[in-house]
Structures are given as structure tokens and as C-alpha cells.
Design a binder for this molecule. Structure first.
Ligand code: RIB
Ligand code: CA
Length: 322
């Protein structure tokens, strides 16, 4: 095992782009994935758990333990993203041989706590979903903060939004959790929609994926086709974006290839009450509040080298055998 591998726990709501991101994360020799946790978001937690267990199976990583997490946000009912990810969370894709693998006994927040405290080094958390599990971890286990290297989160925005003009799904689904985590003092790296929309697949990329004849690539190809249709129907994607944005893949790539990103420290908070603005990440990018370097609580990832990440993604996709 590479000595300098990044220890990471992936928290997800699989979900089409979560699944696509696993193709990179679970093949990368840069990551030591010590656990995966699931949460309600794109779909119910039962569905996101089933999808993620089967992701570990199809990618040959069933040795990685999975813990199921929260079934609803901290203070509000779940409003899922079935209109994008479909009834199962994975469009029309069906697993030919569903896995026998089951979640571990502990719930996600307790599982993450256990993995953090037993690790002899700090652990990164790749947060690809609403932050309900991570908020629960910090609420129930205050003493774990020092063992978290950083939280790398898909969500937030300055000049865009999805599904509202100012909010992003992973924040809007559970704004109270997002606010608690961003204000917790744990190093928080935001991979915002302003940047993840720059990590897109063109039609040619999708055709290239379809030419790779292994089960993981063929799954990715089928997922992209469904995703392309639903995002265009629901959030005017064709007019707004350069291609099919794969938000969670961009976020995962920060942990496999941080050299492909730039970032800047800002102060940020989350709106939880506004009729039009609930779920908005209010990011003080002009430092109007004159916060010190220390008080600026997020690293905002403001650029990505798309070409390099696409090379890494295709290399990973081709590495899966039949
Ligand atoms: O806004 C996109 C994010 O919300 C992605 O993580 C997607 O999977 C959904 O969870
Ligand atoms: Ca997700």
C-alpha cells in the first residue's frame, strides 16, 4: 500500500453522480477508503444504501465497510431529488446480481466516530450529500474534531444555484446541518457549484465511456444517458452548462488530485429561514465583514483543471476488469 495514501471516509447519497465519482475514488491509488456512509438525499436512505452497497460490489471493493445513516434532515422532512436521479436513485440502471453485502450494525455517525478514533492519523471526509450524518457526528461526538483532517464538500455557490437560483441541493436539503458543520471549526473545503459545473462530460466523452467494455463503464454510460435527459428537463441545463456536470466527481477529484484545483479562504454562513433564500451559502468573497484569515471558515475551491481530471477518470474507468 502506498505509504502516502489519503485516509478517507466517503459520505454519500448514491445518486448518479455519486456513483460516477466512485469509479475514480475506488480505483485511485491515492486514497485509502476506510469506510463509506449513506444518508437520505437524492433518494431515501434505504435506496442510497442499496445503491452504494452494490457500487462496492461492482467495483470489487466489498472489503470496505458501509454504515447506513440518517433517514431525514435534522429539522425538516426529506425533499429528495428523484426528479433528477429517478425512482431508484440510479435512473433506469438495474444491478444484474444484487450484492449480499450488508451495512455494519452501527449507524453512520457512530461508525465514523469509531473509525476516526481508532485511526492513528487524521482522516478526510468526502461529503457528497446533505450534511446530516456529519452534523450528527459533531453533535454526538464533540471529541472527534481533532481527528478530522478536512471535510471536502460538494455544495454551496456564489453566483449560481441548483435547484433554486441561490441554493444547491446538498445544502437546501438540510440547511441546519450545513450551517452547523460550516461553523464547527473543522477544516471545511467547499467544492461549489460554480466550480463543479466546470467538470462536465461532452457528448463525445459519453460516447467514449460507452466504448469501454467493462461493467463499471457500461453502468456509467447508462447513468449518463438518463442524467442528461433529466437535468435538461428540470433545471435548464442545456442553456446554462457546457455539458453534463458531474458534481460529485469534481469533489472526489480534490482528494485524488488536489494539484488540479485552486482555492481561497472566505467567511461563509448558511441561510436557514429565508422564503427565497433558504439553503443559500452566504459567502463573503469581498471580505466586507473584514474577517481575519483565522475567522474565514471555508476554503472555497474556485478552479479545476478539467482536462487532467478527465484523464484520471478515464484511466480509472479503463482499470476495471470484467
Ligand atoms: O447539487 C448536486 C449534489 O446534490 C450532488 O451531490 C448530487 O448527488 C446531489 O446529492
Ligand atoms: Ca451526492
Amino acid at each position: 500500500m502506498r505509504e502516502d495514501k489519503v485516509k478517507v471516509i466517503i459520505d454519500c447519497d448514491t445518486g448518479i453522480d455519486d456513483m460516477i465519482s466512485f469509479a475514480l475514488s475506488l480505483a485511485s491509488d491515492k486514497l485509502d477508503v476506510i469506510g463509506v456512509t449513506t444518508v437520505a438525499g437524492n433518494q431515501s436512505v434505504d435506496k442510497t444504501t442499496f445503491n452504494t452497497l452494490n457500487a462496492l460490489e461492482i467495483m470489487g471493493r466489498t472489503e470496505i465497510p458501509l454504515a447506513q445513516g440518517e433517514s431525514h434532515p435534522l429539522e425538516r422532512p426529506l425533499e429528495d431529488a428523484g426528479y433528477i436521479h429517478g425512482e431508484t436513485g440510479l435512473g433506469t440502471y438495474c444491478f444484474e446480481q444484487p450484492t449480499e453485502k450488508k451495512p455494519v450494525e452501527e449507524k453512520a455517525s457512530d461508525f465514523i466516530y469509531k473509525k476516526l478514533m481508532e485511526s492513528d492519523e487524521k482522516v478526510a471526509i468526502m461529503a457528497l450529500a446533505p450534511l446530516t450524518n456529519i452534523a450528527k457526528l459533531l453533535m454526538e461526538h464533540e471529541d472527534c474534531k481533532g481527528k478530522i483532517d478536512k471535510i471536502v464538500f460538494m455544495g454551496g455557490s456564489i453566483r449560481t444555484g441548483n435547484p433554486t437560483p441561490v441554493s444547491t441541493f446538498n445544502v437546501l436539503a438540510d440547511p441546519e446541518a450545513a450551517r452547523l458543520v460550516m461553523q464547527s471549526g473543522v477544516p471545511f473545503y467547499m467544492c461549489p457549484l460554480d466550480t463543479t459545473k466546470e467538470l462536465y462530460f461532452t457528448d463525445e466523452d459519453i460516447e467514449e465511456i460507452g466504448k469501454i467494455k467493462n461493467p463499471v463503464a457500461q453502468m456509467n454510460y447508462q447513468l449518463c444517458s438518463f442524467y442528461n435527459a433529466t437535468v435538461n428537463e428540470s433545471n435548464n441545463a442545456k442553456a446554462r452548462f457546457k455539458g453534463l456536470c458531474v458534481h460529485d466527481l469534481c469533489t472526489a477529484a480534490y482528494l485524488t488530485n488536489p494539484e488540479c484545483f485552486t482555492g481561497v479562504k472566505y467567511y461563509a454562513d448558511v441561510e436557514t429561514q429565508g422564503e427565497l433564500t433558504t439553503g443559500m451559502t452566504v459567502i463573503d468573497y469581498e471580505n466586507i465583514m473584514q474577517k481575519t484569515e483565522e475567522e474565514r471558515n471555508i476554503v472555497y475551491l474556485d478552479s479545476v483543471n478539467r482536462e487532467r481530471i478527465m484523464e484520471e477518470y478515464f484511466r480509472a474507468l479503463r482499470s476495471y476488469t470484467k
